[in-house]
Design a protein around this ligand. Structure first.
Ligand code: C5P
Length: 321
């Protein structure tokens, strides 16, 4: 076999409820993951040593060597199957990116998931999706979801997944890519600071945009969002989109406030920051409305570029071997 290519989607969080920081530095989450039709492709081929090459959107900003999540996934899978007796030859990993880097869309995690699926095929290790999910969880919080795709509730760090029992409704989204990036750890740290400031000054204006102190209590799944998703009703989903990281992302990247406002004024059913940002996400009522919205947001000059995507879509899968 010469090489294996896997395709993997970006993710949105339709809800992202964040608890207080844990002893290990992570935050317990309750999130509704939703995979959308913006795909990276990852090819693995036998090589003399493990190495990674990146092309496409934001390629220059993707770390190389073992800082690269896809290479870390290769190493983690090799360690996990060491006792199986199957060969795990070194690989050249080639990533063709369409998912922007550090944009809140879990592009790095997606590439790691695609590398797992592709190496599982190349090495004929035969791990089940559940076993791959266990390896994925050691690589990053969002990697397991990139394997699964669809719409799923994530708990723990985000790696404990339960597929949502929702009908096959297709949602139409417009993504507004920002002119810049945000670091996920910095956004979480900023949220902690905003919450600390708010609890020290509950009546003050400083934390006005941050959910009440209860926002830092145990995160809870939004029953109204789940009901809207079960009904497959975009008009009810729109107003229920929520992201506890949004005030932190906006405080670090104030231009997002204008982008979110513009999208809502231009007719989006709902708007939110994607994950830790800075991509902004807008829900449209139909494919036609999404096209109109994308054109209007682009014309308003409130972002670097726009893309129309649909969701949910399946997770990482081999496309050619
Ligand atoms: O798991 P992953 O490496 O993708 O997480 C990146 C960073 O995001 C973590 O180092 C941590 O700072 C933050 N994070 C968190 N709580 C989570 C997920 C991520 O604090 N549940």
């Amino acid at each position: 076999m010469t090489g294996v290519t896997a395709r993997v989607p970006a993710k949105l969080n339709l809800q992202l409820a964040v608890g207080p920081p844990r002893a290990d530095g992570y935050h317990d989450l309750v999130t509704v993951f939703h995979a959308v039709s913006l795909f990276d492709q990852v090819t693995v081929e036998p090589a003399k040593r493990d190495a990674v090459t990146v092309t496409g959107e934001g390629a220059g900003q993707v770390p190389g060597g073992q800082d690269n999540l896809a290479l870390r996934a290769v190493t983690a899978l090799r360690a996990a199957v060491r006792d199986r007796g199957t060969g795990t030859p070194r690989v050249q990993v080639t990533i063709a990116k369409k998912i922007p880097v550090a944009a809140g869309l879990a592009g790095g995690s997606a590439d790691a998931a695609a590398a797992l699926v592709a190496c599982n095929e190349l090495w004929a290790t035969g791990l089940t999706q559940q076993q791959l999910c266990e390896v994925a969880a050691t690589v990053g919080s969002d990697v397991a979801f990139a394997l699964l795709g669809g719409t799923s509730v994530g708990r723990g760090r985000g790696e404990q997944l339960t597929p949502a029992l929702v009908p096959a409704t297709q949602y139409h989204w417009v993504l507004a890519f920002a002119d810049g990036q945000l670091s996920t750890p910095e956004v979480y740290a900023s949220l902690d600071r905003l919450r600390t400031a708010r609890s020290a000054d509950p009546g003050g204006t400083g934390g006005a945009a941050v959910p009440a102190a209860a926002g830092a209590a145990e995160p809870v799944l939004d029953a109204a969002l789940m009901s809207a998703l079960r009904a497959g009703d975009a008009r009810r989903v729109g107003p229920r989109l929520s992201n506890d990281l949004q005030p932190a992302a906006v405080s670090l990247f104030p231009a997002l406030r204008r982008t979110l406002k513009a999208g809502l004024e231009l007719g989006a059913l709902g708007a939110l920051v994607a994950g830790s940002g800075p991509t902004c996400v807008f829900l449209a009522a139909s494919a036609k409305r999404a096209l109109d919205l994308a054109v209007a947001i682009s014309g308003a000059g409130v972002c670097r570029s726009v893309a129309r995507v649909t969701g949910p879509v399946p997770g990482a899968a081999v496309v050619s071997a």
